[in-house]
Each structure stands twice: as C-alpha cells, then as structure tokens.
Write a protein that binds this ligand. Structure first.
Ligand code: AMP
Length: 276
C-alpha cells in the first residue's frame, strides 16, 4: 500500500490511472470495522482502492471537537492495508492557500444534523467534491451510519453530474448494538452503557406494528437515556421530510448528547428503499 500525503501527488497518481476504475472511501480516520466494511464492500468492483483520512476543519463548528478529534495514523494504515486498500491518502492540509469555494446542497441540509450543526454539510460537500476531483474516483462509498450525509452527497453528485457512483454501506454495530463510531472513544463506561438505549429505541420503533409517527416517536423517546436528545425523527428516506404516517420507505434517526459527546444512529423503517 502506498501512502500519499500531498494533494498534487494524489492528482498525479490518479491521472496516470485515468482509464482504470478508482474507488474512494473518504474518512476522518481513527478507523474501525465500520470503515473497513466500506473498503471491503467495493474492493472487488475497482482496479484501485483509495482511502482518504482527513479531519476536515470545514465541517466542524467553532464549539465542536476538531482539536480533540481522535487520531491514529499507524492503526489507520494497518486497517487500510488489511482491507485491501492500494493507497492511503493522508494529507496534512487538503486546501490550497486562499481557498474560496464552497459547495452547498439546499433543503436536505436544513433539518436533522443540519439544524444543530449549521454549515456542517457545506463543509462535507466541499471536501467531498475536492476529494472526488483529486482522486478521480468513479465509485465512492458512504456509510448509512451518516444517513443524512449519504443522501446529501447523492444529491450533489446528481445535481452536478459528477461521474461517480455512490454506494451506500450498511451500518456496522458493536456486539452490544452500539453503532461503531470514532467518537465512542470519548464515552465513559456509564455513558456507553446508557448510549445502548439509542439503538434499543430505534429497533423498538422499527419492530412495532404502529404506523402513526407521533406514537412511534413517544415510544422511542421513552426508551432513550441521554443527557440531551438533539432530535429523534422519522422522515421520508429520500426527501428527509418528516412523516406523519409510515406509508413509504422511511428512516428513523436520532442524535443525542452524552456529556460532551454527540452520537448519531438510525434505522430503516417501513417499505424497503430501492437505491438508484
Ligand atoms: P467518518 O470517519 O466518521 O467521517 O466516517 C467515514 C465514513 O465511514 C462515512 O461514510 C461514515 O458513514 C462511515 N461510517 C462510520 N461509522 C460507520 C459504521 N458504524 N458503519 C458503517 N459506516 C460507517
């Protein structure tokens, strides 16, 4: 596996392989099995698999955890190598000096995490657009763990006609059901125990025969043990608009605080969504 640290070197590497299929797994590092599952998902579909590790300052708010975001360059290299990556792209800075461009998707970013993290998704779409250009990927995989992000990226690619196929990667959980996340490392033992209520609430809603969303949400709220719930919603699986009745493919999503740690989780509800 090759490690590339400069954006210009990444672009040169990609242009030498213009006629081959390059796949990209964008990450912020501190990799776990959820990230590795995304690599394995597209490994056989591509000639070259690139994993990027970059803690993107543009997607962090002023009060968020940019400075303390966990890092483990050696561990990340080991995980990428084990999952069959050809290149680990690990720039210390991804943007040229004087960078002035922003990519924004409207509407889809207004609710859910967009409401509590203003500007977050503009940072995500901007970094992903730049990564797509530098890496020259034809396939990129994004985890359903960040469901709103996945749908925002899918919209950006459609709207701008980017020649990249977006593949959704199933959410990977720990044995006890907690969604794997780099941020789980911040949790104390008791916070981690209480955080198990998130997936329990989501799966209780998923397995209920109730179709009225307000009833389902009250059931979910009663199960969650958190210091603060940022949101618990059931939305249309594509438009991300809130639903009142579960009559189409939907998603139940939650964001909650444990001390200073913000966790998110989600689960599919209602009829299955056909991914296009
Ligand atoms: P992050 O490093 O947190 O920015 O995540 C990088 C990619 O890995 C995103 O597409 C995430 O949705 C995905 N990811 C993170 N955690 C998981 C998980 N538990 N299961 C599946 N994909 C995940």
């Amino acid at each position: 596996m090759e490690v590339i640290r400069e954006p210009a070197a990444m672009a040169d590497w990609a242009s030498e392989r213009r006629n081959q299929v390059i796949g990209l797994v964008p990450t912020m590092g501190f990799l776990h099995d959820g990230h590795a599952s995304l690599m394995r998902l597209i490994r056989s579909q591509v000639d070259h698999l690139v994993v990027s590790v970059y803690v993107n300052p543009l997607q962090f708010g002023p009060q968020e955890d940019l400075d303390r975001y966990p890092r483990d360059a050696m561990g990340d290299a080991h995980t990428c190598e084990g999952a069959g990556a050809d290149v680990l792209f690990m720039p210390s800075n991804l943007y040229p000096s004087g960078f002035k461009t922003s990519v924004s998707v409207h509407g889809l970013v207004d609710g859910l995490c967009g409401a509590t993290r203003p500007g977050h998704f503009d940072g995500v779409t901007t970094v992903v657009a730049r990564l797509f250009h530098l890496v020259g990927c034809r396939i990129a995989v994004f985890g359903e763990k960040d469901y709103q992000q996945l749908m925002v990226i899918r919209q950006m690619v459609r709207d701008l006609g980017m020649p990249v196929r977006i593949v959704p990667g199933p959410l990977v959980r720990d044995a006890d059901g907690l969604a794997l996340s780099s941020r789980n490392t911040y949790l104390s033992a008791s916070e981690r125990q209480r955080a198990l209520s998130l997936h329990r609430a989501l799966f209780a809603m998923r397995h209920s025969s109730e179709r009225e969303v307000t009833t389902l949400l009250s059931m979910g709220r009663a199960t969650i043990d958190a210091d603060r719930i940022d949101y618990l919603e059931i939305v249309d699986a594509v438009s991300l608009e809130p639903l009142s009745v579960l009559d189409r493919p939907a998603r139940a999503l939650v964001a909650a605080m444990y001390g200073t740690t913000r966790l998110i989780d989600n689960v599919a509800m209602g009829p299955e969504l056909r991914w296009t």
